[in-house]
Each structure stands twice: as C-alpha cells, then as structure tokens.
Design a protein around this ligand. Structure first.
Ligand code: ZN
Length: 458
C-alpha cells in the first residue's frame, strides 16, 4: 500500500525512477519538435510522431501496430497484458492524440515547435494538449518494462491522428475499422482532467472529467423571393435568416443538471460550506455558482445546452435581394439533452428557415461512483494530499466520443500539478503553451499509480 512520508515523498513501490522522470520531459520536448500541426481538411501529417511513439514502445518490448486510413495520418496501438485480465474489470484504454492546433511563431516567446526546456519549463505547441500526456504514457510503459511491472487489467495504449479536426483519420477510423484492437476495453482515460485548478485561498482542485457535451454544428438556410432591392419584399431570405439567428443567439437555455454536474455541484457546495438543495423547487443554480468563486467556471458551461451563431453568408450586391441566405451555429448539447435541443431548434428557426446538422458528435456521460473514478481520485490525492478532486463535465469533446461507439466509458484524466499562475484552460490552444518539468514528473507518478492499481475490486 502506498504511503506519504513527512517530506511528501510517496513510496508506493513505484517503478517511476530517475530514467522515467528524465524520459517524460525529453519525450514531451521531442514530440513537440515533431510538427504535427492539424490545419483541418486533411492538412496534417502525424506519421513521424507515430513512428517516434511506436519505436519507444517497441524498445520496451511491446508490439505496437501503426495504422493509417490516409497516407501519413498514422495511429499507434499497443496492448500491455494484465496479470488478472479475467477478473471482471475489463481492459483500460489509455489514449492520446498526436496532432496539435496551429501556432503562429511570431506571437510566441519561444518557437512553438522548438520543444525548448528553459528554467524548468517545456515550451511549445502540444505541451498541454497533449504531447505531455503522450510522453507520460510512453515513460510509464517503459518504466514498467524495466521493473517487470504488470498492471492488473489489460491496458491498451492508443496514439491517434486527427483529434483536432474530424477524427476521421484517427479515433473514428480505429473505432470503426479496427475494433478488434480494443477487445475487452470497458473504460478509457485521456485528456482534459486531473490538472490543478487554483481556487481562492490557495485551494487546489483537480477536476476529473466524467462526461462531455455533444457537438451540434448547424447549418441554417433561409429561402425567399429574389428581387430588386427597391421593391417591397415580404419573403426576404436575409430578414428571415437574421430573425432566426437572433432568436437562436439570444435563447436562454433552461438549466438541466446531468449526474456529473449534480455531483460536481454537491461536492463543491460542501467544500465551500454552502447549503444547497439541488432538488428544491426554487433551486437557483446561478445563485449557487455565485458562491463558488473561481470554481464556478468548472460547472457553469455545462448546466445548459448552448447555441452561438458564428457565420453568416448572403447576397452579392446592395440593391439585389438574394433568393437564399445561410448561417452556421456552434451548438453544444448536454448528455440527455439532444431531444430538447432538436425540438428547440425547430421552434427557434420557425417555418421559413431550415436547419440541419453540419457536424454532430454525441454527448457522453460516465459514472462518478465507479471503482475507476475512485482509483483516479486516490492517485491524485496521494501525490497532492492537500488537493481535492472533483468530477466535472467537459464543455467540448475529445476522442472519447469515437471510442464510445465501442462501449468504452471515457474519463478525462491527464494528471498535472501546475503552480499558481499556470492557467491550464488559457494555455490550451493558446500562445506560449508550456508545461513545468515538475508537472510532468507529478503526472507520470500519478498516471503510473492509477494504471497499476485500477482493476477488479479486491
Ligand atoms: Zn486535445
């Protein structure tokens, strides 16, 4: 059993040695230096990063397979055999994407693809999202191989292409065309959870994701009668579209508390000493959020569906009424909120404007009372005893959506202990994305502890 000493050093029989701590930093840096910018529309090449990861796994005695749907868009999958794979917990999928969003070098203090390690910090695009986690997975797998450690459950490692665009060449391809590689996987972990969230008074929270809102990108089309701009026109496509767009943008979506958000609110209210009866008829979520200070930001984006108009297109000359007009809306749906979203859009667009899903991804809901969730909490709180884990729902989406097609329940668990001043959410896709070396060391230790100890209940 693990225990923490007075110095805060944890002795849990960890195979994460000096080599592993060096490797997690070096791998993060070297992966950043392999430019895997995903500009969308197929403009990306993950293969060199995939080969890098596959080589590191092969050196550890694993047998990674590299798979491509499209030339250059490589994915890597490997399996570590568990010591007790038939005991009922199923295999655990541990996945990270290899692509990154674009970075404009002129805006950065350090070249975004240098992977430079300066003053104890690794700089570059992907340092947070998510070459850090890719490096942790590699470092832990190699540490296990050196120490002869085996996990209890089978662990499937997957590095994916194309997460930052459509996932068609990445997790969508793997889940759709190679389900055999994920045989037995019941749960998965990946990005966007277990990072330090600094609340007031020096309080450190670690939000672990147990759900994601769904994506509903919409295309709206209004038809009307084309004609001269000087004539009366009661069927003007531009007016019809503008009215619908305005209704959608200003719509007040009702509060809907999903199980994960309920758990988050309950735990945060207790932590902050705020009385809250979520089932009371006059329960006011906004009043509760007002009492939670900075931590409200963990919950506020996921108590409602949302719909933001983002693009408009119509017309070509000021004195010509066009026959049609189009708009795009970025909509997000809560788990369980899809039907309401659909019905509301029918109503808000009205009879004169058609709408369709331009791109749609399912919402996800994962249990927070599972043994796996408890093991994630235990691992974080072991290495940061003053920290507090809380469940949360992601407002956006990850590869977990694609893997959910295989019945894999997804959690956001990519542990990092960040010092005050490191705003995780701002660094995500941000300028000067970077990660402290200490954060990577913490992450490798926590990930190792969790991955070794998750499994069938004793
Ligand atoms: Zn990501």
């Amino acid at each position: 059993m693990a225990e923490a000493t007075a110095q805060g050093t944890v002795t849990d029989g960890s195979p994460v040695d000096e080599t592993a701590l060096d490797e997690v930093v070096r791998f993060t840096s070297e992966l950043i230096a392999i430019d895997t910018t995903n500009r969308g529309g197929g403009d990306c090449r993950e293969r060199p990063a995939a080969e890098y990861a596959a080589e590191r796994l092969a050196e550890a005695g694993l047998e990674p397979v590299v798979l491509e749907r499209t030339k250059g868009r490589s994915n890597v999958v490997a399996r570590i055999a568990g010591s007790d794979p038939d005991a009922g917990a199923g295999a655990l999928l541990v996945h990270g994407h290899l692509d990154v969003v674009p970075a404009e070098a002129a805006e950065w203090s350090v070249h975004p693809f240098s992977g430079e390690v300066r003053d104890g910090v690794v700089w570059g695009r992907g340092a947070i999202d998510m070459k850090n986690m890719d490096a942790m997975i590699l470092a832990v797998a190699r540490a296990w191989a050196r120490a002869g450690v085996r996990p209890r459950r089978d662990i499937v490692i997957a590095f994916t292409a194309d997460e930052e665009d459509s996932a068609k060449d990445g997790s969508g391809f793997l889940a759709g065309q190679h389900p055999e590689l994920f045989e037995g996987c019941t749960e998965g972990i990946s990005e966007s959870g277990a990072f330090t969230f600094h609340a007031e008074g020096g309080r450190r929270l670690y939000p672990i994701a147990a759900g994601e809102r769904g994506t509903a990108w919409l295309k709206l089309t209004a038809q009307g009668r084309a004609g001269h701009g000087s004539k009366v026109n009661r069927t003007n496509a531009v007016s019809r579209l503008a009215a619908a767009v305005s209704r959608i943008g200003e719509h007040d979506w009702p509060v809907r508390l999903t199980p994960t958000v309920r758990a988050a609110l309950t735990e945060l209210a207790a932590l902050y000493g705020v009385e809250a009866d979520l089932d009371a008829s006059d329960f006011d979520v906004d009043a509760l959020l007002d009492h939670l200070g900075r931590a409200a930001a963990l919950v506020a984006p996921t108590v409602r569906n949302s719909s933001n108009p983002t693009m408009l297109s119509a017309g070509y000359k000021v004195n010509v009424v066009p026959g049609s007009a189009t708009a795009f809306v970025d909509g997000r749906m809560l788990p369980g909120g899809e039907q309401e979203f659909h019905d509301t859009l029918d109503r808000l667009t009205g009879p004169d404007v058609d709408w369709e899903f331009y791109h749609r991804e399912v919402p996800l809901q994962a249990p927070v009372d599972s043994a796996t969730f408890a093991a994630m909490r235990e691992a974080v709180e072991l290495f940061d005893p003053a920290g507090t884990t809380v469940p949360y729902c992601m407002s956006g989406g990850t590869d977990a959506k694609q893997f959910s097609q295989l019945g894999i329940v997804g959690y956001g668990f990519s542990p990092l202990k960040l010092p005050e001043g490191f705003d995780y959410q701002a660094l995500f896709h941000g300028v000067d994305e970077r990660v402290p070396v200490e954060a990577l060391h913490f992450g490798a230790r926590v990930l190792d502890h969790f991955m070794r100890n998750t499994g069938p209940e004793a």
